[in-house]
Write a protein of this length. Structure first.
Length: 341
């Protein structure tokens, strides 16, 4: 990705080195807007606790009852316990109509990028400072693209803040930790990123490259777009009226739409800024595939429980990012009314 010597965002807040503080568990009823919450195993745990065997037993029981184990890590609780199940059918959702704007056309790609340096945590070494500059450039690109697209639909785009943290962080949605991965909080309209996640993305999930990192940020900003368009609020309302199983399905629709919105961003950023180099889109698709629910479940339990998906399978995430990138249109991202997720 061509990112050096380009505009950086003024909306980056660096909280590295600060204590996360607060209560070491999420605040019930103040959940975040979804994102790349992934389990990180037992690595880094110190003393006490129930141990890895106990964790695996709990995860196994949760999957048996159709609950995604990531609800523990992501600061959530199973949604929608009070509503009746809709069975195998799709929950009824009346989402705000997605706006329309002109199709910007096809994209081009050229030379291969060299990637970004490894990060170190929690200090502020030269590599981690370079990565901070990179995410600031990506955030600036999302600001330019979404400001332009919101003007086309006669709406104002409120730019989100991006908070860089190390280890733990306090948000209006509760207490966040590195194990959650990057996440978006709709209550304070901020994206939270521990830069060490990108080492995890490259080394554990075998999804290297700067555009893989850019895709993750664009996905979280996609949740911000959903918040501004009223989609996120509608999703939360629906999830309180349906069964936990259907609440998971609605959450998957929301996450896949954020993937599609990330594709829209890549489409317009390439058209207006010529940011893509050879292999960039493949990096994004590889990242989307590596962190699909099916892949995560295979890593944590050895088997797949589709009813417990909250973000979508690898194939779904790849397909919806591709749809957004190829079309560049909001209408292509209507996951809630699509016949196929």
């Amino acid at each position: 990705m061509r990112w050096r010597s380009r505009r950086t965002s003024d909306n980056v807040e660096d909280r590295r080195g600060r204590s996360g503080g607060g209560f070491p568990f999420p605040i019930p009823g103040r959940q975040g807007g979804g994102g790349f919450r992934i389990p990180t195993g037992s690595r880094g745990r110190r003393g006490g606790g129930i141990g890895i065997i106990g964790i695996l037993i709990i995860f196994g029981l949760m999957l048996l009852f159709g609950i995604d184990p990531r609800v523990i890590l992501q600061g959530g609780i199973p949604d929608g316990g009070g509503g009746p199940s809709t069975g195998g059918g799709r929950p009824e959702i009346n989402m705000p109509e997605l706006p329309r704007f002109d199709n910007p056309g096809r994209q081009s790609s050229e030379e291969r990028q060299a990637g970004l340096p490894r990060t170190s945590r929690p200090g502020r070494s030269a590599p981690s400072e370079e990565l901070k500059q990179f995410v600031s450039v990506v955030l600036a690109d999302t600001e330019d693209v979404w400001n332009d697209l919101f003007r086309r639909i006669r709406q104002n785009y409120r730019e989100p803040k991006l908070v860089i943290f190390s280890g733990a962080v306090r948000s209006d949605c509760g207490f966040g930790q590195t194990a959650m991965g990057p996440f978006y909080c709709p209550l304070d309209q901020k994206v939270y990123v521990d830069l060490s996640f990108y080492n995890e993305l490259r080394n554990r999930f075998q999804a290297p490259g700067d555009f893989a990192m850019a895709y993750v940020i664009a996905h979280e900003v996609g949740h911000h777009v959903q918040t501004l368009l009223g989609i996120a609020e509608k999703v939360q309302q629906v999830k309180t009226r349906v069964s936990p199983r259907d609440a998971n399905r609605v959450q998957v629709m929301m996450e896949l739409q954020a993937d599609c919105l990330a594709g829209i961003w890549a489409n317009h950023a390439e058209r207006t800024k010529n940011i893509l180099e050879f292999g960039d889109i493949e990096e994004a698709l590889n990242a989307a595939s590596a962190i699909g629910d099916d892949q995560i479940q295979k890593q944590t339990t050895g088997y797949v429980v589709p009813d417990a998906f909250t973000h979508g399978s690898s194939e779904q995430r790849v397909r919806w990012f591709s749809r957004g990138f190829q079309s560049g249109e909001f209408q292509a991202c209507d996951t809630f009314n699509s016949k196929q997720l």
